[in-house]
Design a protein around this ligand. Sequence first.
Ligand code: XIL
Length: 329
Amino acid sequence: NVPSLGARYRDYFDIGAAVNLKTIESQQGVLSRHYNSITAENDMKFERLQPEEGRYTFEAADRIAAFADEHSMKLRGHTLVWHNQTPQWVFEGRDGQPADRELLLSRMKSHIDTVVGRYKGRAYAWDVVNEVIEDKSDIWLRSSPWLDIAGEDFIAEAFRYAHEADPAAILFYNDYNESDPVKRDKIIRLLRSLKEKDVPVHGMGMQGHWNLNGPGLDEIRAAIEGYASLGLQVQITELDISVFDFEDRRTDLVRPTAEMEEKQAERYDAVFRMLREYRDVITAVTFWGAADDYTWLDDFPVRGRKNWPFVFDEKHEPKPSFQRITDWQ
Ligand code: XIL
């Protein structure tokens, strides 16, 4: 008699999963029973939606949006402006030179208008800008063609364009290593400056690519509180908790040991206990997948090694982690 994960968290936050065209078939059962929100893992990224200038390819993204409708799930949009998975043409000028600022921003605007407009009223939220803060401590913003060509207010412009395209959508800044104290402070500085300029940013997306022993609960807590102190809602947008430490490069395991699963369950338990304390600011927790038979971590950071990061196993059965995050008073 397994409770539904989404139903168990109804009074707390939405429970989401990243999906693709394969998993909406192969994981349909576990998705529809346990999750009440989905994000397209790749199919709403720039290179998928507009591989060539003006040629939009919405088939896969539309399929995913239809899956959300069919199963009464919410849909999060991911992602509009990112340094990865964006085609080269976006940054190229019409004369073989790099695009200039005006051209780049006009392309950004038409992409955002078209994409946000298409899913208006269906994607209730968008990750508007993804991963623009630099990890290295002495640099603020990540070098990318967006920044190098358009200057830092491409970030504000992206939010303005998205807000114009769908004034009801909840607009997120999204990043990883989001709980690291140094990176967190840089993210807060960015978000504060956007708020001071009345840029329409409404939420902070903490990706949550975590593992067994990091980041520390205190760091996650301080990050949630820091982002919330700016008046933003917070979501965990890409949660996975690998059974490995980040440094662990072993490749010989064919399944996690019982001891690893127990450690993972303790970690999930501690993380979700804390997240529940923040039900007033956290509006959704989205896993970057639904069950251990498929995750991008099968190829990252070690190619061809499974990481078993979720609360459902490769057969979609609940793991000890699932028991611990659903079994509380
Ligand atoms: C990942 C996808 O899961 C992979 O399939 C793809 O090859 C690369 O991107 N941060 C993000 C996500 O914001 O879009 C990334 O998704 C994972 C890291």
